[in-house]
Design a protein around this ligand. Structure first.
Ligand code: ADP
Length: 464
């Protein structure tokens, strides 16, 4: 089930606010209630002690005549909501506050009106009657019976207090809920508005409009990042599209040239204009080779795009391997009077896929060869630090302009300068090279100046 961001945030906010309020009210009810009960137990004790003291003091014994100060006992009983009964030694009632526990029951009922529902009958406490002895000057004169609603009953005042506390909790819950809802709507709008905009941009891009860019007004870092990523994606897709378009026309051109040559020659053979001698067949062969190379490159690229690269790594003596590669290139270079130098530190090892490593180096050294100027020089160097091996291929070739440098590793990209050199490249070699380097966890980069030369650097982790 899909829920909008606004709904989700509002629900979360409401739940959080509600649970916070419920939790706070439960905790404070418990703690406040307990404090009241402790307080009341103490109060009750003092009340009873005072009552006994007052009753004892109200008795004066003169020549076997007993006098009681009833007024004071009466006042205290009413004031403290106590039932007081005094009996003599023969169990005759001398005094009764006349307010039996039944009267307190009715008081109890009126108190219940103030109570919050959560307080049950039990909370009022049970009616308790205790007996104490009535003494004067250490002589037992009778019995005092005191009745009261025992702890933990809460007095009406404390119940009112707790009730008010609960009311304020409910009120603050309502206010917090309303505030929470308003805040959640504002916040979710802040989030959802730019997200909706970004989605609209992405949808337009999906429909083929690669000119569109997402412009969101927000200072939320993640959303700004997302917007930038979408714009970057649009840029990349646009570049890719133009590169693909360029490639189609390039490929058409590149394929047409050898095919036209072949066709003209075959026509000439058929018309009997030329004899198919060895020299002419060699031209055929070269053109066919070029076609095969281009098609192989395309096939490699297709493979590269459809599967993840599986590396077959083993410990390789990179120094030896590089020397071999350079050795293989020597005749090609010599043929054109180019120089190929090697500055290889001996016995540098790394854990690499040997075939892929050879392809990486072949591509870079072949490029340097392709884009060299007359009497050009190429130097291949190998060094290492603790973690990486560092290979540099330095050439005195046509160089790459600043505007082209960021694109040369993109598939199908070819600089204008290299195009005019007519090397028959297809702009795929460096894409494959970079993919192989990255698969090894390494990096490849170029420093270059137009008309001066280029330095291609490959760094691969030794992984030993
Ligand atoms: P290509 O088959 O066209 O050589 P690459 O992917 O190998 O394709 O290279 C992409 C582009 O990078 C080349 O077309 C060329 O413009 C530029 N390039 C690569 N290596 C060099 C170099 N050593 N000197 C100058 N330009 C280079």
């Amino acid at each position: 089930m899909k829920i909008s961001l606004m709904k989700k945030l509002s629900i979360i906010f409401t739940l959080v606010v509600l649970s916070a309020i419920i939790l706070t009210s439960i905790i404070s009810n418990l703690t406040v209630g307990q404090k009241f009960r402790d307080y009341l137990t103490d109060e009750q004790k003092t009340k009873l002690n005072n009552a006994i003291e007052i009753i004892n003091n109200s008795f004066t014994v003169n020549d076997n005549n007993t006098k009681i100060n009833i007024d004071e006992i009466e006042r205290y009983a009413t004031m403290q909501q106590l039932y007081i009964e005094i009996k003599d030694l023969d169990n005759n009632t001398i005094y009764s506050s006349q307010t039996s526990h039944l009267k307190y029951r009715s008081q109890k009922r009126s108190m219940k009106g103030f109570m919050m529902r959560s307080f049950s009958e039990e909370d009022l406490g049970k009616y308790i009657e205790n007996k104490y002895s009535l003494t004067s000057d250490g002589k037992k004169l009778g019995t005092i019976i005191i009745g009261y609603f025992g702890s933990p009953s809460l007095s009406s005042d404390s119940l009112i207090f707790i009730n008010t506390l609960n009311h304020s909790f409910i009120l603050s819950a309502i206010v917090a809920l309303i505030l929470g809802l308003i805040v959640s709507i504002i916040i979710s709008k802040q989030f959802s508005k730019p997200l909706v905009k970004i989605t609209q941009t992405a949808n337009k891009m999906r429909d083929g409009d690669l000119e569109v860019r997402s412009e969101v007004k927000t200072n939320t870092k993640e959303i700004v990042d997302l917007s930038n990523s979408i714009n970057y994606l649009a840029d990349t897709l646009k570049k890719q599209e133009s590169l693909r378009k360029k490639l189609t026309s390039d490929m058409a051109h590149e394929l047409r040239t050898p095919l036209t040559t072949l066709k003209t020659h075959v026509e000439a053979f058929m018309d009997g204009v030329f004899e198919p001698n060895k020299e002419r067949l060699e031209i055929f062969y070269e053109e066919i080779e070029r076609l095969i190379k281009m098609i192989n490159n395309l096939r490699n690229l297709a493979k590269l795009e459809e599967t993840n690269l599986n590396l077959n790594k083993s410990k390789v003596n990179i120094s030896d391997e590089l020397n071999k590669i350079i050795e293989n290139f020597m005749p090609l270079y010599k043929k054109k009077n180019y120089e190929l130098y090697s500055r290889i530190s001996p016995n540098i090892h790394a854990l690499v896929d040997k075939d892929k490593f050879t392809q990486i180096m072949n591509n870079i050294i072949l490029n340097s060869y392709k884009y060299l100027k007359p009497m050009g020089e190429v130097t291949v160097s190998l060094n290492s630090d603790n973690k990486n091996i560092i290979i540099k291929v330095i050439d005195t070739g046509i160089g790459i302009s600043k505007k082209d440098i960021p694109y040369i590793f993109e598939r199908f990209y070819r600089s204008d300068a290299s195009r005019s050199k007519n090397t028959g490249g297809s702009g795929i070699g460096l894409t494959i090279t970079k993919a192989f380097v990255l698969a090894h966890g390494g990096k490849i980069y170029v420093n270059s100046e137009l008309d001066v030369g280029s330095i291609f650097t490959v760094e691969l982790p030794k992984n030993l």
